[in-house]
Design a protein around this ligand. Structure first.
Ligand SMILES: Nc1ncnc2c1ncn2[C@@H]1O[C@H](COP(=O)(O)OP(=O)(O)OP(=O)(O)O)[C@@H](O)[C@H]1O
Ligand SMILES: [Mg+2]
Length: 498
């Protein structure tokens, strides 16, 4: 038996055996510890040996595409697909939270391998990671600090040469498709914000990176008090956007839309953003502009956002010097732009730790509708402000901020909505009095809602509405006496001048 096996091996096969063994050993010595090689991967090598008469091919899918600029969709899809497939045959798993609070999404840890069957063919997936190359200046610049030091993860798919077409043309597209379906099933929406990092070089450059928590805001359009007709218009607009992929492609516009929400504090601008995200089922990227160190940094943050997301810059008038004063300086600032951008480039080795934001108006305009803004698609950009009149017109012109929505003081329609939501009443004898008072005094929906909130278990619609009428009458008296209201206005004006 032994003799017949040996005689069956001709010298060509022996040579291929040595070559395959050498390649396997060499590859693994490069990426893995020797111990890992003899431990975890014996099964893989046994499989490779078995495949030597019919050589295997491999496809590698990296976590990041284009150096470290953008997370690969394919990687995420494969990861999601394998999370379903791998829990069967893998011994060491990584767990992450899922949409359902009791469940976990499982994926392979590095070094693990799982086999999969498809139309009679067997394929093998192997998860591994590599340390980033040292002193990779350009990559580190793009990656923006700490992220560059993280390990780069990969999935490598092995399959026999005779299954090449089946795997490349049918299996892989199917994996991506199923992976996307798993992602939708497990998806937890996220609320991202940018934080400063300064870890990657001796020079201590400050860069921004996204950090996130699970987004769980309860506000929906069903609980947002505003004129029903206006609300319907906004919801229709969002529907059009979400289903507008073909439309945007046909008219040659990047698939994104800008919303400017403006109005006094407490009128529901932030609440509206939460309602939009819940309605569209999008993630939110809340950018703190003062923590963005340069235009390049801002662009990098943008590239890292995923599609199906709302990018928010709250209180845009406070975040940057984009006000009227800025406008006067516009010419000279524009002249400086080029210089600033150059300073922010990686070549600016002289730049030391600098925590101040160098984002400029032109950097922000570029962010909204420059060439980079089109990458990825399906993004909504929202700016909020209490002082729309102070913003540079270039920033909010149609095309950049396509839809301007005024969030205003509480009107009678919004009040009726709040009364229904908070007290479950459609009609009440106090409604008329409230309606009249709301025409005379300005009260934000936030204040009306607070007055309608029961303060004890005994409180019902009668006492809450009475409390609201009382608060409105007090506000009316203050307004009539002119005292405090005007003082407040003066104070605000002083602050603005400062
Ligand atoms: N139109 C509204 N309908 C329902 N609730 C509202 C509305 N407006 C405000 N609120 C409630 O009032 C509170 C404050 O609202 P929000 O934070 O959205 O105001 P804002 O306009 O973002 O204020 P600011 O300009 O200070 O950021 C929230 O709890 C919100 O739920
Ligand atoms: Mg707000």
């Amino acid at each position: 038996m032994e003799g017949s096996l040996l005689s069956g091996l001709n010298s060509g096969v022996v040579l291929s055996l040595i070559a395959v063994l050498w390649t396997v050993v060499w590859q693994n010595l490069q990426h893995l510890q020797l111990q890992q090689f003899f431990g975890r991967h014996l099964s893989r090598h046994a499989r490779r040996l078995a495949a030597m008469v019919d050589p295997y091919l491999s496809v590698t899918i990296a976590e990041y595409e284009g150096g470290r600029m953008k997370r690969s969709d394919a990687f995420e899809e494969v990861k999601a697909y394998l999370s379903d497939a791998c829990s069967r045959g893998v011994r060491h798993l990584r767990a992450e939270g899922a949409k359902d609070a009791d469940k976990l999404v499982l994926s392979m840890v590095d070094g693990e391998e799982v086999s999969d069957e498809f139309e009679g063919a067997t394929v093998w997936w192997w998860a591994y990671s590599k340390s980033p190359p040292r002193n990779d200046g350009a990559a580190a610049w793009w990656s923006g600090g700490g992220a560059a030091q993280e390990e780069r993860r990969f999935y490598r798919l092995f399959f026999l040469e005779r299954h090449r077409e089946l795997v490349l043309d049918t299996y892989l597209p199917r994996v991506r498709q199923l992976g996307r379906a798993v992602m939708v099933k497990n998806r937890q929406r996220k609320l991202f914000t940018n934080i400063s990092t300064h870890q990657w070089s001796d020079g201590g450059y400050m860069r921004s990176a996204w950090s996130h928590v699970v987004f769980e805001h309860p506000k929906t359009f069903a609980t947002l008090a505003m004129d029903p007709a206006e609300k319907k218009k906004i919801m229709d607009d969002l529907d059009m956007f979400k289903k507008g992929k073909e439309y945007y492609a046909r008219v040659g516009k990047a698939w994104k839309r800008g919303y400017l929400l403006y109005g006094p504090p407490g009128t529901g601008k932030s609440a509206m953003i939460a309602a939009m995200a819940n309605y569209l089922d999008y993630d939110i990227y809340d950018i703190e502009l003062t923590s963005v160190h340069s235009n390049t940094d801002l662009r990098k943050l943008f590239i890292e956002t995923t599609s199906k997301s709302i990018i928010v810059i709250e209180d845009i008038d406070c975040s940057l010097d984009l006000t009227g004063a800025r406008k006067k300086k516009k010419k000279s600032a524009a002249a400086e732009e080029g210089d600033k951008d150059k300073k922010n480039a990686p070549a600016a080795a002289g730049e030391k730790k600098d925590t101040s934001s160098k984002v400029t108006l032109s950097g922000l305009l570029n962010f909204i509708d420059g060439l980079w803004s089109a990458c990825g698609g399906e993004r909504i950009i929202v700016f909020t402000t209490n002082h729309v009149e102070k913003l540079d017109p270039a920033l909010i012109r149609r095309g950049r901020m396509d839809k301007h929505i005024e969030m205003s003081y509480c009107g009678f329609e919004a009040f009726k909505f709040l009364a229904k939501t908070y007290l479950d009443v459609d009609e009440h004898e106090q409604f008329e009095a409230v309606g009249e008072l709301l025409r005379e005094v300005e009260m934000t929906p936030a204040d009306v809602a607070e007055n309608l909130t029961p303060k004890s278990l005994e409180d019902g619609p009668d006492s809450c509405l009475a409390a609201l009428v009382k608060a409105l009458e007090e506000a009316k008296e203050k307004k009539a006496s002119g005292g405090k209201g005007l003082d407040e206005q003066d104070e605000e004006e002083d602050e603005e001048e400062e």
